[in-house]
Ligand binder design. Sequence first.
Ligand code: COA
Length: 259
Amino acid sequence: MGYQNIIVDKDTITTITINRPSKLNALNKQTIEELHKALKKAEKNDTVKVIIITGSGEKAFVAGADISEFANFSVKEGGKLAAKGQELLFDFIEHLSKPVIAAVNGFALGGGLELAMACHFRIASDNAKMGLPEVSLGVIPGYGGTQRLPQLVGKGRAMEMIMTAGMIDANTAKEYGLVNHVVSLDQLLETTNSIADKIIRNSSVAIAQAINAVNANYEDGVDGYDVEIESFGHCFGTEDFKEGTTAFLEKRKANFPGK
Ligand code: COA
């Protein structure tokens, strides 16, 4: 089945473009489901090593969850919306075993910023604007924003951003540690791809273990050091480890089998 709201450019570095420009790429139910499906496929496909998520057009990455879809929801429906979205998309991305990079090409508001924050890291274009405006609608961030924003920018800044419902520009986001790099819009995908190029030279098996170990730092009741020890040990049983260490000792570039 083809996708209606996303474009998937499948390759070693796969780019997924959210494509509802007339609605500033707002995340409706169908878009969330399509993203889930595409990410699941990319994770299973051995040739895919890195995934980039971006928005179509020059104005928005994603301007939030689609407000028109939930404006009449009940308490129960509201809770379900957040739970389902977190499960299908936001937590799913955070725990994906392959690197997911957000290329933030414009407004990243509400669910859009939450989507960018669920990715493993973020690159922004200099026209990008980021914020969690939910309290201006009488609601709070429901796709992990109250948890991931303080992790990335610190509690005080997160509280201010959430309470004021304001937007910050790309350079402020960089100063806050919310994005790693700021480049011009026409350089955004090139820069993101060049970072992805560096990633794909390394062991994908080790990267999957690293994602798991870093995430463990943010999980309740989990000792990240224990997870690191286990993941570190796991690497010693992989073909990538044999290749990486052998290549170093033989003074040649490693050619990782990804196993
Ligand atoms: N949900 C649904 N539709 C959205 C949307 C969202 N989150 N964000 C934008 N759109 C739609 C608008 O309704 C409009 O559709 P229309 O042309 O059919 O009326 C279209 O996208 C263009 O948006 P518009 O508001 O006309 O663009 P703008 O340049 O004047 O303003 C924003 C841009 C981003 C400031 C403004 O769209 C906005 O505030 N969006 C909502 C952001 C938000 O609160 N997100 C959190 C949701 S929980």
